[in-house]
Write a protein that binds this ligand. Sequence first.
Ligand code: GLN
Length: 545
Amino acid sequence: MSKYIFITGGVVSSVGKGISVASLGKTLKSRGTSVCVQKLDPYLNVDPGTMSPYQHGEVFVTQDGAETDLDLGHYERFIGIALTQASNVTSGQVYSSVVAQERRGDFLGGTIQVVPHVTNEIKRRIREVAETSGAELMLVEVGGTVGDIEGQPFLEAIRQMRKDMGRDNVLYIHVTFLPHIAATDELKTKPTQHSVNELRRIGIQPDVLLCRSDKEIPEATKEKIALFCDVDREAVIPLVTSDTIYEVPLLLEDAGLGDFVARRLGLKAGNTDLEEWREMVARLKAPKEPVIIGLVGKYVELRDAYYSVREALCHAALAHDREVRIEWLDSEQLNGMADEKLAHVQGIVVPGGFGGRGIEGMIKAARFARERKIPYLGLCLGMQIMVIEFGRHVFGSEAVNSTEFDIGSAYPVIDLRPDQQGVEEKGGTMRLGTYPCHMVAGTTAARTYGCEVAYERHRHRYELNNQFRRALEDAGLVASGLSADGRLVEIAELRDHPWMLACQFHPEFRSRPEAPHPLFMGFVEAAKSTLLEGAQTSLPLNLGK
Ligand code: GLN
């Protein structure tokens, strides 16, 4: 039977709850405990697939094609596991299934209530992941902060779980924030006390407090928190802002969290083996020569929108003993200024996206890359952009486009697949999840992957239009990765360019700090040999924060 750790957040959001959960998972797995993770999101959307990146940041796609919260990306990268749809539960899913059961007559005669019907459905979904994964330990993160109205059924469900599963099998961790008052140079504990009181009001006494703070937490402050919040002193764990997120597992382990949890839950824990991770973090923190990558997208002011892309670049750069420095370039502001803004980059990434805003700027960036022979990596939309730009060059017409942006284009080089024609419903109807990509021998793709077939995650509606494939290929576009039946172009590259390659899938979701993705490796390798005149290498470095 699995044991459970439930993680809630208090005080404010965005203090790194997801990274803390991923880090705890890493430390416990490194002791030989098998771990599975689940995120409970209290919002009413069925999944974040229909949400704007401004609302939600990146949508992380699992191998089975679920559109999920970006925290699942942290879990996969840190713990080195591949999760499924069942690892992200939302209120939307829970209520939909309770209402469907009611309509079917499953509760005939009964009044359907939040307690017990909604809470039972939440608990069922938690136990289901534990059972199907067979993990010894389930880490369950509740999204939002304590006190949110829509979070209450989830908190009630996890409260009941301690009674259901046995007191020794369940542990509660609460992640809080200690604000720093500059005038008195003090860290304040009152918001943490209030937040714990709020939890207790609904019947949850936290066993561990993870206290995020931008400053070292004095011993007396930890003691005060322990006393006022009634937790063991050793269970008040500081989470001081670090240089890189990958350091967090080490900080938690060194603060004794792994030992405390293993003891409390009676995990048959071996010795922690975090040596490789420790060594990786040391390499990450060591000063290195930068590789400067221009990331051209329309959500660049909101970097969470490209979380996995940024991490994948960081992983590949580390493997090449470089520090990736990303220039975040807003594609809407690039039009007309592309040459100037891209002059200092060693490689260009155009990531995924939807809708016509900012497209022309991305096309300018692709043109710059093609003409100046700068390495280019296109991810999903980034492949469509590369094809449109190349098409405009080949056909000598600005009318070349995707039907997503110009429904009446005379040269629709990117178009809906036949099975997407007429699809009206927006949620969960794209081409989602893992599909094989067969490499074409002798291409950059085949060389970079070093294997014949790769299994990659997708999230798109549009494809390269086969009507134009022949003409584009004759002009120098190489379809270097294909679907099993050869009809869908999964990877495209340019013949007369040192490294201009793009894929219709999202390789960024499979990159891990310990196992960078081959396409990012190939791209960074090409980019690091781009020589730049007057490259500014002395600016502050991005350490994958
Ligand atoms: N908007 C494009 C499509 O739907 C690209 C999607 C993406 O980049 N994820 O095909």
